[in-house]
Design a protein around this ligand. Structure first.
Ligand code: F6R
Length: 368
């Protein structure tokens, strides 16, 4: 049942190329248009949207953070991302021109369910992104995009996360198409890039032995930091969450630009810092990330860098280097999270922990 793997989680990590491919099947019509049949929102309702609020918990929240970058960039619609457990307690501004997007793998998370009930009581439309047919959250939503991860058994979400990202990209492109934004014309091109992602994820998985070796070299570490920028920032947060959940280690993710505003004080000799390096592009992201890496390394950090193929500028500052395929920055989370999942899974295994059933955690959190 685990296909020869020791853990369901490891099996599920290796299922990710298939899960991503399945989540993309049947989305493009022959005319090149995107179709999301389950979406059930009229074009008019989408055109009238003033803002989108994404609500979710844990890993699903980090998928929502990535979604914000994609939705705002492609649709020019303002997006807020909020923890479901905080949403209804702050009297949020929500009305009939707000689309609330609830992201939940299980569809049973109580915090998220309560948040959508509150949103609907304020007349907002609710769209669920969910992996579980017929679960409570999609049943109480106006529309649903189902992810096609298949059942996720490991308590820590992996393929659930990747397929949530795919659903978020599809939602963003669909809104761009209906609203007719400038990116409406590039949908085809972006879909081709998305359809190439399963192959790229395979390329990352092919390096698993090297990542495992790295993980096993860190069994005596007490703390690990993760740095990212832009869409790589939620990847850093998710990488840290995986390590906390599975290896019971202190792990923290930061936006690299925030280092100098405090966290750099944590850096000491030998502290492992995992760095998600953005692709080289016209913007300054890559250069800024590089200087952040130089700063932590100058203070003794041991840098483990995830950087795209062919990026040699990173070599002098990386104690260890994991190569990522060359993909656009907005899609990079789909490949960048994979080594971090493998790292957490292997480090926890080496420490003798039960990776599928981490202590104190449940797969569905049905209490608030
Ligand atoms: C982390 C993890 C949790 C869930 C969170 C929300 O690996 O699995 O953080 O992401 O409890 O669960 P869902 O998506 O089912 O609402």
């Amino acid at each position: 049942e685990k296909d020869g793997h020791d853990w369901f989680m490891r099996k599920e990590i290796f299922e990710q190329p298939r899960a991503v491919a399945d989540s993309l099947i049947g989305r493009r019509t022959t005319g090149g248009l995107l179709q999301l049949d389950e979406m059930r929102l009229a074009d008019e309702e989408i055109r009238d949207l003033d803002k989108i609020i994404i609500i979710a918990c844990g890993t699903s929240f980090y998928a929502g953070m990535v979604a914000k970058y994609a939705i705002e960039h492609w649709t020019r619609t303002p997006v807020e991302v909020e923890l479901a457990s905080e949403f209804r307690y702050r009297d949020p501004i929500v009305d009939a021109t707000t689309l609330v997007v609830a992201i939940s793998q299980s569809g049973e998370t109580a915090d998220t369910l309560q948040a959508i009930r509150h949103a609907r009581s304020q007349r907002a439309k609710v769209l669920a992104i969910c992996n579980t047919n017929g679960s409570s959250i999609p049943r109480e939503s106006d529309a649903v995009i189902y992810t096609h991860a298949g059942p996720e058994i490991g308590v820590a979400s992996t393929k659930g996360f990747l397929t949530q990202l795919v659903a978020c990209y599809l939602l963003a492109l669909y809104v761009a198409q209906v609203k007719g934004t400038r990116f409406g014309d590039e949908i085809d091109e972006i879909m081709v890039q998305l359809e190439a992602m399963p192959g790229h994820i395979e390329t990352v998985l092919a390096q698993s032995d090297a990542v495992y070796e790295l993980a096993r070299a860190h069994t005596s570490t007490r703390s690990v930091l993760f740095l990212g920028r832009h869409a790589g920032y939620p990847v850093a947060l998710e990488g840290a969450l995986k390590l906390k959940e599975l290896a019971y280690l202190h792990a923290e993710g930061f936006a690299a630009g925030e280092l100098k505003h405090g966290p750099i004080a944590l850096i000491e000799d030998g502290l492992p810092v995992l760095c998600v390096v953005p692709p080289r592009g016209r913007d300054q992201l890559h250069g800024k990330m590089l200087s952040g890496i130089q700063e932590v390394r100058a203070r003794g950090a041991r840098t483990i860098c995830l950087a795209e193929e062919g990026d040699s500028t990173i070599e002098p500052y990386a104690d260890d280097l994991v190569r990522l395929p060359r993909v656009p920055v907005l899609l990079q989370p789909l490949v960048a999270i994979v080594p971090l999942q493998l790292f957490a899974c292997e480090l926890a295994t080496a420490l003798g922990h039960d990776v599928d059933q981490p202590r104190n955690l449940a797969k569905s959190v049905t209490v608030e």
